[in-house]
Design a binder for this molecule. Structure first.
Ligand SMILES: Nc1ncnc2c1ncn2[C@@H]1O[C@H](COP(=O)(O)OP(=O)(O)OP(=O)(O)O)[C@@H](O)[C@H]1O
Length: 229
């Protein structure tokens, strides 16, 4: 579904080789866990996959077609189908807009059918254990866990094919985290959603993913592969 071929990335200023000839294949319906020590480059890899970060060498393919940052139409479609929940979800919300306005903006940008949108939002808010009142608040008026779930709500509303979750539930307490991860698994079964799940938590990553990869010193290795999960 998504393929990264021989990607290398070096930060110009400090000359650090954050990715060194990395290749990765994510098949439809996969749950790939990505682990690695702090600063090993997991978020950089995710941002490169989304073409949010330039890289020095290599190629990214989606459904067998090479992605080209200059192809605006292709990238718009890709960024709708491949949703990213960043470690810093607040940076994906306009600080001057209510969360509800930001969620609706995503609907407008991607020209989704507005008639059933309200109902879909209500269902998602409920599933994500959020209070609907949250939509009338500004990003600075909600907790870290609430903004993570608002980001998940916006992403799921777009009915993505792939979700890249970068420590996306790290600010939630264990019981809410477990509930939300279970909901994501249910959605995965229903829609054959594909996940790239970045986490520091070994237990959660092994539970959630059918293949767990580790990124260290610019190289990816397989920690476990259990596609029968
Ligand atoms: N824009 C940038 N310019 C230079 N170096 C950067 C930049 N962004 C990140 N880095 C560096 O690249 C390395 C990888 O960062 P990244 O955020 O991808 O790691 P990570 O594995 O996601 O870390 P964590 O688990 O702590 O979130 C770090 O050493 C970081 O300081």
């Amino acid at each position: 579904m998504i393929e990264m071929k021989n990607v290398s990335k070096k930060w110009q200023k400090n000359e650090t080789q954050v990715l060194n000839d990395v290749s990765l294949k994510i098949h439809e319906g996969d749950s790939i866990g990505l682990m690695g020590s702090s600063g090993s480059g997991k978020s950089t890899l995710a941002r490169i996959l989304l073409l949010l970060e330039p890289f020095n060498e290599g190629e990214i393919y989606y459904r067998g077609v090479r992605l080209d940052i200059k192809n605006k139409r292709q990238i718009k479609q890709y960024r709708r189908e491949v949703q990213y929940i960043s470690q810093h979800p607040e940076s994906f919300f306009d600080p001057n807009w209510t969360l509800g306005k930001s969620v609706m903006e995503a609907v407008a940008i991607h020209h989704l059918n507005r008639t059933d949108t309200k109902e879909k939002i209500q269902k998602l808010i409920h599933a994500l254990k959020l209070n609907e009142a949250i939509l009338n608040r500004y990003p600075y008026q909600v907790s870290g866990g609430e903004i993570q779930r608002a980001a998940l709500c916006r992403a799921l509303l777009l009915e993505p094919k792939v979700l890249i979750l970068d420590e996306a539930t790290s600010m939630l307490d264990i019981s809410v985290q477990a509930q939300i991860l279970n909901i994501l698994k249910q959605i995965q079964k229903k829609r054959n959603l594909t996940f790239l799940f970045i986490s520091h938590d070994t237990e959660v990553a092994f539970w959630f993913a059918n293949q767990v990869l580790q990124l260290e010193k610019g190289k990816l290795s397989i920690l476990t592969d259990n596609h029968s999960n």
